[in-house]
Design a protein around this ligand. Structure first.
Ligand code: HEC
Ligand code: HEC
Length: 411
């Protein structure tokens, strides 16, 4: 990725040249000479990483207020779950930064919200096998270093197995342990929930207002409404964003030091672009959560997982796909343990060891090349704090058209 930064810089030089026709004034040519005299990449490559000021809605799912409000109602309505007890918001709740504050989520049959949620089925229904990521800023999933977002290609899940918020939204209702339970088979799921929603006049009217007369309650429109709502859950004004937009005082000294170290030690190799994620898969060898019966081998059994965003970490712990890191110190200690030629216990602080199913030679080179010192840890954590923005839409509907409990069985 460092090469990519440098390449990008060379590319911009090339672009300057390509604009330089015989009509260009001498002034322009002087400027180009200045650049050539000083052929160093800009000092701080993180400078242009502010999130966009507005969300981009895709052309095949343009937003309108009725659609966004319909999406909000569906998101909080347990009508999408087989036994009518779990909503999207059960695991993606505004109070927990649109995640659930748990290592692993509890779906069907669970009672309560966040860390207090407990299984109500004697584990007849297993826990969800991964940590719930936040919905905040998923509108920007896949964003390129230049700020370009292609919503139809936005990668979804810890293993990038789906693309686009529209498509993703139809996944959880089909998942046995997340939302479906025993009510119907996976193949029957979408038809069943469409029939339920279609039976409610309040929903029928809202679909009509959102999508127009010829387009009623369909699974495609359920996905579109939820996606349109999710694209409004954004937090793009962190101290870091203000800094990147030109406010030099937005970061304190420790955060500035941490930002420099974040880049120098190699974090930015993967945590790149405005979301601080390259949205690519990497093998870090994070250990499994011991509540699982079998090892989670990630994307196509390779133990690769997607680089998560580093925004809003103050609301989204515990960390890693398995939720095994309780705090940011645990995450950084894990990196210190696995970088270089270290190998598990005895090398470095902390208590997370390399996953025993992963060989050191499977780890990404960028991990082995990390140069994280104990002295960097507090500064980098301070910098990560500058990526938090608590100002996002937390509106919870007071009721949902099904008349069921808002957010599912959470209180
Ligand atoms: C029982 C808990 C639970 C429920 C209910 C649930 N989710 Fe999730 N959600 C998760 C977990 C866990 C993951 C990560 C799964 C994985 O990566 O394999 C996830 C992933 C996601 C992602 C991907 C985020 C990203 O950055 O890749 C989105 C978007 C999402 N959920 C939206 C929804 C919507 C919309 C609903 C309702 C239709 C919903 N979720 C219901 C737990 C839940
Ligand atoms: C090789 C690419 C790579 C490098 C280099 C890297 N990370 Fe990560 N990071 C990832 C991936 C992939 C995950 C998710 C791993 C998993 O859960 O299995 C992750 C997870 C994290 C998390 C947990 C976030 C969450 O929501 O669960 C934090 C925090 C983090 N990294 C910070 C850093 C810092 C700080 C550095 C530099 C010291 C760094 N990373 C270097 C790829 C990388």
């Amino acid at each position: 990725m460092k090469n990519a930064f440098i390449f990008g810089w060379i590319l911009s030089l090339a672009l300057i040249f390509s604009h330089c026709t015989s009509d260009d004034t001498l002034d322009d040519l002087d400027q180009i000479d200045d650049v050539i005299d000083d052929p160093k990449p800009p000092q701080n490559l993180l400078d242009d990483r502010a999130l966009p000021l507005a969300t981009i809605h895709p052309t095949d799912n343009p937003a309108n207020n009725q659609k966004i409000e319909l999406g909000r109602l569906l998101f909080f309505d347990p009508i999408l779950s087989g036994e009518k007890d779990v909503a999207c918001a059960t695991c993606h709740h505004p109070q927990f930064g649109f995640a659930d504050g748990r290592d692993l989520s509890i779906g069907v049959g669970g009672i309560g919200l966040g860390p207090n949620r407990v299984d109500g089925t004697n584990r007849e229904i297993p826990v969800v096998k991964r940590n719930a990521p936040t919905i905040i800023n998923t509108a920007f999933n896949g964003i390129e270093e230049n700020g370009e977002v292609i919503p139809a290609a936005a990668p979804m899940f810890w293993d990038n197995r789906d693309i686009s918020l529209e498509s993703q939204a139809l996944g959880p209702p089909k998942s046995f342990e997340e939302m479906r339970g025993h009510a119907f088979s996976e193949a029957e799921t979408l038809d069943s929930i469409v029939a339920r929603i279609n039976a409610l006049v309040a929903y029928r009217n809202r679909f009509q207002q959102a999508f127009g007369n010829n387009n009623g309650v369909t699974s495609e429109n359920i996905g579109k409404a939820i996606a349109a709502y999710e694209r409004t859950i954004i937090a793009n004004n962190s101290a870091f964003d203000r800094y990147a937009r030109g406010d030099e005082n937005a970061l304190n000294q420790q955060q500035s030091r941490g930002m420099a170290r974040f880049q120098q030690v190699g974090c930015a190799d993967c945590h790149s672009g405005p979301m601080f994620s390259d949205f690519e898969l990497h093998v870090l060898g994070v250990p499994d959560n011991n509540q699982l019966d079998e090892s989670d081998s990630g994307a196509n059994g390779t133990y690769a997982f997607r680089t998560p965003t580093l925004r809003n970490l103050n609301m989204t712990g515990p960390y890693f796909h398995s939720g095994v890191a309780g705090n940011l110190g645990d995450v950084l200690n894990f990196y210190r343990r696995i970088q270089g030629n270290n190998n598990g216990p005895g090398n470095g602080p902390g208590n997370l060891n390399l996953n025993p199913n992963v060989n050191r030679n499977q780890l990404d080179d960028e991990i082995r090349n990390l140069q994280l010192n104990g002295n960097d840890v507090q500064d980098i954590i301070a910098f990560l704090g500058a990526l938090n923005d608590n100002n996002f839409d937390r509106t919870i509907p007071s009721e949902v058209p099904s008349g069921l409990r808002v957010g599912g069985n959470i209180d």
